[in-house]
Design a protein around this ligand. Structure first.
Ligand code: SF4
Length: 392
């Protein structure tokens, strides 16, 4: 006889807890108490929920459980103190999250998916393929674990910039932020969250309807449509002339400005043509520009950081630097085409932008020694991800 699985309360909204309490024949105020036990007091043992009588504790024990993901490995960058954590989910899948020191506080870089379906050319996560979306509880779990690991320093900000594209897991991301910002729970303002997206117009317009006050970061990476399409596969279906108005509408309701994340790749996106196009683009919406350098996603032997076993048609050949089978007008980029820009190129680019854009920052990569920088998260141990083979 199979044992029926118990419901994991971690990740459950207050409304769902009210339904649960109704099913158990309890008054609605019990749901608020349960919500506080789970998220505010972080009590995972029903026996310790002292505001409940024994019959209710027994009913909860029989039907429910409170499970968080588990940190199975920690690495620390000796240069800048960045800490990367390998996190195991209940089905055995692995993700990574990163705690980054920023001005004496810590920022949490959280994952939203196992792998990623977008496949940006400069990103190791994109090489993994996609396995599944994270649940609300798995994202909240990263936040709770990070707060424990941060200790007294605390977590000042949360950026959904780890593995995955948050807008492709929209409902769970929204529930996660709403649950985390509830005063009965973790009580972190929605403004402390930044949703970082590669730029998906339809999903961004959907997100705008929820009137969340969270920050928005657009992974722009190239200010020219044709170039952007070569770097970001989803760019073709989400052209800049539709994407920029969608960002503007989101930001108008959030009362903030969008951060344009811009990856500088030598000879590709660090050119003066790009600097001029970027300056033009920044006049179209309230924004600040965050320049970041390309972080290597292939090792010294020329193989990708991601432990890929099976990859999409043609991609392994491309990763090895072999010519594509079919000729195309514009040669697709491979990780072998990418190099970090020189300091001179960064200075030249920044100096052009600075008087023309409202705000420009250059973010020095953190966590490079432990492959925790932008685009480098692969959660070693994800070998089981099998991306459908066509014919390599
Ligand atoms: S940059 Fe973001 S959206 Fe692009 S492949 Fe990497 S994780 Fe996915």
């Amino acid at each position: 006889m199979s044992i029926p699985s118990r419901t994991n309360l971690f990740g459950m909204s207050l409304a769902k807890m009210e339904m649960l309490m109704a099913e158990l024949g309890e008054k609605p105020f019990r749901a608020k108490q349960l919500f506080q036990w789970v998220y505010q007091k972080e009590i995972c043992d029903f026996a310790r929920m002292s505001s409940f009588n024994k019959p209710l504790r027994d009913k909860l024990q029989a039907k429910c459980e409170i499970l968080l993901p588990e940190v199975v490995k920690e690495q620390r960058d000796p240069d800048d103190g960045t800490r990367k954590f390998l996190v195991k989910l209940h089905d055995g899948n692995l993700i990574e999250m990163v705690l980054i020191p920023v001005h004496g506080r810590l920022a949490l870089c959280m994952s939203s998916q196992v792998g990623c379906t977008i496949g940006c050319k400069f990103c190791a996560t994109g090489l993994l393929g996609f396995k599944r979306n994270l649940t609300t509880g798995e994202m909240l779990g990263q936040l709770v674990l990070a707060r424990r690991l941060a200790g007294e320093t605390g977590v000042a900000n949360i950026v959904l910039m780890g593995m995955g594209e948050p807008l492709l897991n929209l409902q769970n991301v929204i529930h996660m932020i709403e649950t985390a910002s509830s005063e009965l729970g973790i009580s972190i303002s929605a403004r402390k969250f930044t949703i970082s997206t590669v730029g998906l117009v339809k999903q961004l317009r959907e997100l705008t309807k929820y009137k969340l006050k969270s920050g928005l970061a657009l992974s722009l990476h190239a200010p020219i449509q044709q170039l952007r399409e070569r770097l970001v596969p989803s760019a073709k279906a989400n052209p800049l002339d539709e994407l920029i108005p969608a960002c503007r509408d989101y930001i108008a309701q959030a009362g903030d400005r969008v951060t344009l994340e811009y990856i500088m790749i030598a000879g590709i996106t660090d050119t003066m043509e790009c600097a001029k196009a970027l300056a033009d683009l920044t006049r179209k919406l309230p924004c600040k520009v965050n320049l970041i350098t390309y972080n290597p996603i292939i090792d010294d032997q020329g193989m990708p950081l991601a432990p890929i076993k099976v990859v999409k048609h043609g991609r392994l050949a491309a990763l090895r630097g072999e010519a594509p089978k079919k000729s195309t007008k514009l040669k697709p980029f491979t990780p072998h085409d990418f190099k970090a820009p020189t300091m001179e190129a960064i200075d030249r680019f920044r100096d052009y932008l600075y008087p023309r854009c409202p705000a420009v920052t250059f973010r020095k990569a953190k966590g490079l020694k432990i492959a925790a920088a932008c685009g480098q998260l692969v959660a070693k141990g994800l070998e089981e991800i099998q991306v459908k083979r066509k014919s390599d």
